[in-house]
Design a protein. Structure first.
Length: 175
């Protein structure tokens, strides 16, 4: 587990799932409103998508990770007051991509800050050195949970016209 990169995740740097149908066996994406209620919508979208792909048995772990990534994006990555924006434009997007033996959940947001945070800013203040300390906190354990339930996770700044980043989590699937 950890933040190991992978060449198969290179398209996430552009903020888009791969479009080559031979590279991916399934891909789905949804825009999320800048409100905390979006987490429920992300979980519902994840349940529906995994069901279509015959991966119902992976829902609990994947939905927990999706919930944490979306919550972190809404809480830490959006400009203005967290979770309170009423803008029509969505700044957060959830991507689910399936290969024959892998599933990737990726959340795109407009912030260029590292999701690991340094000091008081950033996502959950997660750092591997502070894992024991973070386990006892009531909040701030989001990336610890992502690290615990996924096989690997990481993030990439977006390239090209898009600004922000993509935070992703990879799950290995049984053949």
């Amino acid at each position: 587990m950890g933040t190991n990169g992978s060449t198969m995740l290179e398209p996430l740097r552009q903020g888009l799932p791969p479009v080559d149908p031979t590279a991916v066996s399934g891909s789905a994406s949804c825009a999320l409103p800048a409100r905390f209620e979006a987490v429920r919508g992300a979980r519902s979208f994840t349940r529906s998508t995994l069901g279509q792909w015959g991966l119902d048995d992976r829902f609990d772990d994947v939905a927990l990770v999706v919930s944490e990534l979306v919550t972190n994006a809404l809480r830490h990555a959006l400009p203005g007051s967290p979770g309170g924006s009423t803008e029509n434009e969505s700044h957060v997007r959830l991507h689910l991509m399936r290969w024959s033996t892998r599933l990737v959940c990726a959340v795109r947001d407009p912030s260029e800050d590292s999701p690991t945070g340094t000091g008081d800013e950033g996502f959950s203040g997660f750092s591997p050195e502070r894992t024991e300390e973070n386990c006892d906190l009531e909040s701030g354990r989001g990336l610890f949970l992502v690290d615990s339930y996924s096989d690997s996770w990481g993030w990439h700044p977006l390239a090209g016209r898009l600004t922000g980043k993509v935070v992703w989590a990879l799950f290995r699937l049984h053949e």
